[in-house]
Design a protein around this ligand. Structure first.
Ligand code: A2P
Length: 317
């Protein structure tokens, strides 16, 4: 299944994608191999970002898949990339997208997202954001430049990531072209009801990163994969916990973007469309105690990467 995005002039967005956030420690070859494995099992939707160092390996994997005839052309694949905080300045948006396109070896991306509602002094480096480097986010100026990317055909659709309802309010007040997507952390342990209701009312598609509770930067285990509620449901349905989580996200009308470097697990993550959760399953999941996993507790701590950012609008616990 796939969904047509508002003002999305590219192919419709497949209902599940592959995440590619990874550390610089992983070799480009491993990253390329993982993307190729995902293409081989049938994924046609990839999520990358200027920050991740995966644009070039992803572009190579898609080029190779095209050469091999695995995909007929680049048009078959839905590709998202993101504008980093150091580039969140009106004059840097278009050059940043052009650089991403060079990395990807592509003429356009299907979706271009503002990575965070955070603007910091132009880099490099992208990280860390040093104390005092944050500057006020110019919603109007940055979004005008995003709209220009869309008008030029370099981004078939434009959107945002990590935006709370307050950020969306500010953005919608100035947008000529409203955002098509808001990509946020979402899974059964952090269900994002407020943001989802808001986005549904405004016609903004929600995409879910960390749909399996990954990226637990504070190293406290994985509350999704270790959830007894999800484990019970998985057993009863004859599915894996990962599949239960992804299926639940899909049933909420949200696009999950699970990341995996393992071919069997990649395959599993696509097999969520020919079965359903029961009403009782959904009720049990709705009662799971909520906990944000990609907590900013570390990221935004005095020694963290975003130490100087004003977080008053962020729903961070
Ligand atoms: P691996 O790459 O070894 O498969 P998230 O997408 O929430 O960030 O989670 C990513 C993490 O979940 C990765 O560590 C990945 O490990 C793991 N993962 C991905 N798919 C599955 C699956 N179907 N079952 C179990 N673990 C999975």
């Amino acid at each position: 299944p796939e969904v047509a995005l508002r003002h999305g002039a590219g192919r419709p967005m497949p209902a599940v994608g592959v995440g590619t956030a990874d550390s610089a420690a992983t070799s480009p070859e491993t990253k390329r191999g993982a993307a190729l494995a995902a293409l081989e099992v049938g994924f046609r939707h990839f999520d990358t970002a200027a920050l991740y160092g995966t644009e070039a390996p992803l572009g190579e994997a898609i080029a190779e898949a095209t050469r091999r005839g695995l995909v007929a052309s680049r048009e078959e694949v839905f590709v998202t990339t993101k504008l980093w905080c150091t580039q969140c300045h009106p004059g840097l948006v278009l050059p940043s997208l052009r650089e991403s396109l060079r990395n990807l070896q592509m003429e356009y991306v299907d979706l271009y997202l503002v990575h965070w509602p955070i603007s910091v002094k132009p880099g490099p480096p992208m990280l860390p954001v040093k104390r005092g480097d944050a500057v006020p986010f110019d919603f109007e100026g940055v979004w005008r430049a995003m709209e220009e990317c869309h008008r030029l055909g370099l981004a078939k659709a434009i959107g945002v990531s990590n935006f709370t309802t307050k950020h969306l309010d500010k953005l919608l007040a100035v947008a000529t072209i409203p955002p098509a997507v808001n990509q946020v952390e979402m899974n059964p342990v952090w269900q994002q009801r407020t943001v989802r209701e808001y986005c549904a009312a405004k016609g903004i598609r929600v995409a879910a990163y960390s749909p399996l509770g990954g990226q637990n930067w504070i190293g406290e285990g994985n509350d999704v994969m270790e959830s007894p509620v999800l484990a019970d449901i998985a057993r009863a349905r004859g599915k894996s916990i990962a599949q239960v989580s992804l299926r639940w996200i899909h049933e909420q009308g949200v696009t999950p973007i699970p990341k995996s470097y393992n071919k069997e697990r990649l395959k599993q993550n696509l097999e969520i469309f020919d079965w359903e959760l029961t009403k009782e399953d959904r009720l049990k999941i709705s009662q799971i105690p909520q906990k944000k996993i990609v907590t900013a507790a570390r990221m935004f701590s005095p020694d963290g990467e975003f130490a100087s950012v004003d977080l008053s609008d962020m729903e961070i616990v």
